[in-house]
Design a binder for this molecule. Structure first.
Ligand SMILES: Nc1nc2c(c(=O)[nH]1)N[C@H]1C(S)=C(S)[C@@H](COP(=O)(O)OP(=O)(O)OC[C@H]3O[C@@H](n4cnc5c(N)ncnc54)[C@H](O)[C@@H]3O)O[C@H]1N2
Ligand code: MOO
Length: 404
């Protein structure tokens, strides 16, 4: 009997979990830009405070607010520029101070230059004075030490995805390298005598290999590493020899094949792996009905069907969610329930997944159910789900869509 989508997703998740545990690889320590989009492996505590010292938020004059009220006129002290130590402020003085410069001891507020008289900076000289407003609130335009984050407190928690803002914070804290979770290493094999790498020359009956690119791009987007990939022909002996060569060379956590697993006379994967711990069983879905799962030479193994749309739907339905659940990466797809633009029929015994375009209001199906319709897939931005038991959905009824 065919497995349900939920059962197969659970089996794939357990396979990925076991692969990650078996591998036991260390976290990767990488530079900040290399860490982009990866998942932080350990908590990071702020090694310094931000701001690291009290500083000015404006170009203006640093003053003692208590002195300002009764004294509209101040002697002008030495200018304090950003990047230099600030000498203490003497009584009766106001110090020209630039944005980001250290607030001097003895000052607790900044008056913006626009509110000073004269309202421009002059070359400091003995006897120079400036008039400031009669009342200056304490703390005005001062960025207090540690007001963003205090040294010793949690800056980022383990499991955080490192996007530009998080990487910027680490840089500001002076952290140059971070430990990120290791990526799953995948060996990707496409199969079929008819399959030729793009850029090659097609003979009669041959087609270009879409699946290696499609799956490699999907894996990369999902935060996995493609350790190696190639096309293997329909000879089981040849397939096995090259497969074991690649397993040795690339040491993958997961072997992923496309094609060669259904009912034909030349199902290379099925024939070659007949003696391994692999189950070839249908899942009650369309596309993506034929599926293979198990271990090959101790390495976790998944086989997706050869039709390109079937391969992509298999990836989105099984492997991508398993990676999210086990590794916290990638982010899950956004799932919406939105009205279907037109009526549709679906086979009762299968969970059908159609391709569609969601325009912010409703979803319109693109192309038919055929799993060779790659152009229609490329024009879509959503997968549209019609679960087992659903035979007809009228226009306007809500359906589940996954945004791609
Ligand atoms: N008698 C039956 N025939 C088929 C069944 C079935 O239940 N009974 N299932 C059909 C379904 S559904 C699918 S999906 C396919 C899956 O077949 P395989 O996984 O064995 O894949 P292949 O036969 O090798 O290829 C299927 C199709 O996809 C093309 N292909 C393969 N690899 C690539 C690639 N890398 N890039 C682009 N296109 C590729 C291949 O040329 C075939 O057209 O089986 C049905 N048959
Ligand atoms: O399951 Mo196949 O993937 O329908 O074309």
């Amino acid at each position: 009997m065919a497995a349900t989508v939920a059962e197969h997703r659970k089996a794939v998740t357990e396979l990925v979990r076991a692969a990650v545990q078996r591998n036991g690889r260390q976290d990767d320590t990488v530079g900040l830009l290399e860490a982009r989009n990866r998942i932080l492996a350990r908590d990071i505590t702020a090694p310094v405070s931000l701001p690291p010292f009290a500083n000015s938020q404006m170009d203006g004059y640093a003053v003692d607010s208590a002195a300002a009220g009764g004294r509209p006129e101040f002697a002008v002290a030495e200018t304090i520029a950003a990047g230099y130590p600030a000498p203490p402020l003497a009584k009766g003085f106001a110090a020209p101070i630039m944005t980001g410069a250290m607030l001097p001891a003895g000052a607790d507020a900044v008056v913006p230059i626009e509110q000073a008289d004269p309202d421009g900076f002059r070359t400091p000289a003995p006897g120079l004075t400036v008039r400031l407003p009669a009342s200056v609130p304490a703390g005005q335009f001062v960025r207090v030490e540690g007001s963003d984050i205090a040294a010793g407190t949690l800056a980022l928690a383990a499991g955080t995805r490192l996007k530009p803002a998080q990487l910027g914070l680490l840089a500001a804290l002076g952290v140059a390298e971070v430990a990120v979770r290791p990526r799953l290493r995948v060996l990707l094999l496409s199969t079929g005598d008819e399959v030729i790498a793009p850029g090659g020359t097609l003979g009669p009956g041959q087609i270009f290999d879409a699946n290696t690119t499609l799956l490699a791009a999907g894996l990369a987007e999902a935060g996995a590493d493609v350790a190696g990939s190639r096309i293997l022909a329909d000879s089981p002996e040849d397939f096995l020899a090259r497969l074991h060569e690649d397993l040795g060379r690339h040491q993958p956590d997961l072997l992923l094949t496309s094609g060669g697993i259904s009912k034909g006379a030349f199902e290379v994967v099925k024939q070659a792996l007949a003696r391994d711990h692999v189950e070839f069983g249908p899942v009650a879905m369309q596309p993506g009905g034929p599926q293979a799962i198990g271990t090959v030479g101790g390495v976790a193994y998944l086989g997706f069907p050869g039709n390109p749309v079937s391969s992509l739907v298999s990836f989105e339905t099984f492997l991508r969610p398993a990676l999210t659940e086990v590794l916290g990466d990638p982010e899950p797809r956004t799932i919406l329930h939105v009205p279907l633009a037109e009526a549709v029929q679906s086979p009762a015994a299968k969970h059908q997944i159609r391709r569609g375009h969601y325009d912010g209001g409703s979803v319109t199906l693109i192309g038919g159910p055929g799993s060779h319709l790659l152009h229609a897939l490329a024009a879509s931005n959503a997968l549209v789900h019609f679960p087992v038991g659903v035979t007809e959905v009228p226009a306007g009824q809500n359906v589940e869509v996954w945004l791609l």
